[in-house]
Design a binder for this molecule. Structure first.
Ligand code: NAD
Length: 464
């Protein structure tokens, strides 16, 4: 067995391991108290500081920070607080006649010591979201947020230190090396949010200890617009979903598959909404964010250059400014299939338009790629909506909208295969951090005892 004693984080891990049963046995009220503390910190004490950190890291507009970070987390806490008592109850199930004399139930018991690794695009939401589930389920947790948003990570470290003992919840800041070191430890559960590439590294590390994993990953989420769709309403929502947080959203519409008959109408409507939301000069708009780092800026600029070199048309945008990490809201049409924009997750404010002539071709195109985290369809034709949903697979779907399924705490959130393993949010998050322990309680003499050895011919007959 591997010796973890030389691991940088062994002492912290051991402290949480020793403390795990104390935390696991915390009552409903004790867990609620922890969630209340977190709620107060985010709602009052640190609200302004969160805005500042998000502005420094991502130039995130205040309303977006409220809607997509603070409001989401507070909503999550309130939802969990409302349902936790029920989730923590023993769940009785029927007992078959063959087990007569006993009763059966299962309990959601905490997994134990958990690791949460989070990305940079919604640093608070995607760190505190899983933490809320981990606390609700009665676990201890070590958190490793992203190094790409240093102001947000430093503030989260302060909040965690302020609210929790390190044997309960601890946050470690750092780069890949920190994750790599942490991943050597035998966590009982690892909750990772990030790219599919790193998801594979996490799952490989988890396999060494058979740690269970929840992987919230990304990919290319398609948006289908058929010829029956309300084009203007579709464009209004697509442009909102695509350019919020500068397209740095895991459920952002990655590319549009539009019926060729309405391509130009859809593009014109999208252009109109870009101008409505961000005016003619998006760089001066207070409603438009920035790219997180120079590396991502250069990656996105490279996508635009690659498309242009392959003969694609920039319908709107295309302007970039390195020192401001600014990339204008961009729409690209006429792309060659080998264009990088059609083969890599974009995660930025560039919207490729791909046309189709027959819905079956659009479905085949979607299925030729990895299974997406989200798939959106804009249509008034029930048969088309049904055909798209039944013949594809995706983590989640909106019909005549995008992104908003993320905000419903009653729905499971997560991907499938390349876009993720396991689900989160609300009850599904609580379940991800719980072991469903099956219990059979024997009350009286059990029927099966008739069949215990020594086996007689009468018992053989009875068993048949
Ligand atoms: P990333 O995978 O590069 O990094 C995520 C986290 O993993 C960070 O904390 C990072 O430090 C760590 N990490 C990076 N390389 C590592 C390695 N080799 N070993 C161990 N840890 C490592 O992702 P990102 O750039 O921060 O975020 C963007 C990606 O996340 C996109 O693919 C996006 O779709 C996805 N995402 C998914 C969701 C979801 O809920 N499904 C939400 C947001 C983002």
């Amino acid at each position: 067995m591997t010796d973890y004693k030389d691991n940088t984080y062994f002492d912290l891990f051991s402290k949480q391991k020793q403390n795990q049963f104390r935390v696991a046995q915390s009552t409903y009220k004790e867990r609620i108290r922890k969630l209340d503390k977190l709620q107060r910190a985010l709602e009052y004490t640190y609200r302004e500081a969160i805005h500042e950190a998000l502005y420094k890291d991502l130039a995130k507009p205040k309303i977006e920070a409220e809607l997509s970070e603070i409001y989401q987390i507070l909503g999550d806490i309130k939802y969990v607080k409302k349902h936790l008592r029920q989730w923590m109850r023993k769940q009785k199930v029927k007992t078959p006649i063959s087990l007569l004399g006993s009763s059966s139930y299962y309990i959601f018991e905490p997994k134990g010591v958990c690791l949460i690794i989070s990305p940079w695009n919604f640093p608070f939401n995607l760190t505190f979201g899983p933490l809320i589930s981990a606390i609700a389920a009665g676990n201890t947790a070590i958190i490793k947020p992203s190094e790409m948003t240093p102001n947000s990570s430093a503030l989260m470290a302060k909040i965690i230190e302020d609210l929790f003992l390190e044997e309960e919840v601890a946050l470690i800041q750092g780069e890949v090396e920190v994750s790599t070191e942490l991943l050597k430890l035998p966590f009982n559960h690892i909750f990772f949010t990030g790219s599919p590439q790193v998801g594979k590294i996490v799952m490989t590390a988890a396999a060494k200890h058979l740690s269970s994993v929840t992987l919230e990953l990304g990919g290319k989420s398609p948006t289908v617009v058929d010829d029956s769709a309300n084009i203007d309403a579709a464009a209004k929502k697509i442009v909102w979903g695509k350019y919020m947080n500068c397209g740095q959203i895991c459920v952002s519409p990655d590319y549009v598959l539009v019926d060729a008959k309405i391509e130009s109408q859809l593009i014109n409507a999208c252009k109109k909404w870009i101008k409505t939301y961000f005016h003619d000069e998006p760089q001066t708009s207070s409603s438009y964010g920035r790219i997180v780092t120079d590396k991502h800026f250069n990656r996105l600029k490279g996508h635009i250059e690659n498309a242009v070199n392959l003969g694609a048309k920039i319908e709107i945008g295309g302007d970039t400014e390195a020192k401001d990490k600014f990339i204008a809201p961009t729409i690209v049409s006429g792309l060659k299939e080998e264009a990088s924009l059609l083969n890599e997750e974009i995660f930025g404010p560039i919207l490729p338009i791909v046309t189709y002539h027959n819905l079956k071709d659009a479905i085949a195109y979607i299925n030729s790629k990895e299974r997406p985290l989200a798939l959106y369809i804009y249509s008034k034709t029930k048969a088309n909506i049904k055909a798209v949903i039944q013949n594809t697979r995706a983590g989640g779907t909106c019909i005549n909208n995008n992104v908003v399924h993320y905000a419903n705490h009653n729905l499971p959130f997560g991907g499938i295969n390349n876009s993720g393993i396991g689900k989160s949010h609300g009850f599904y998050g609580f379940r991800a951090f719980s072991n469903e322990r099956a219990v059979v309680k024997q009350h009286t003499f059990g029927v099966t005892e008739f069949l215990f050895p020594p086996y007689s011919s009468l018992k053989e007959k009875f068993a048949q």
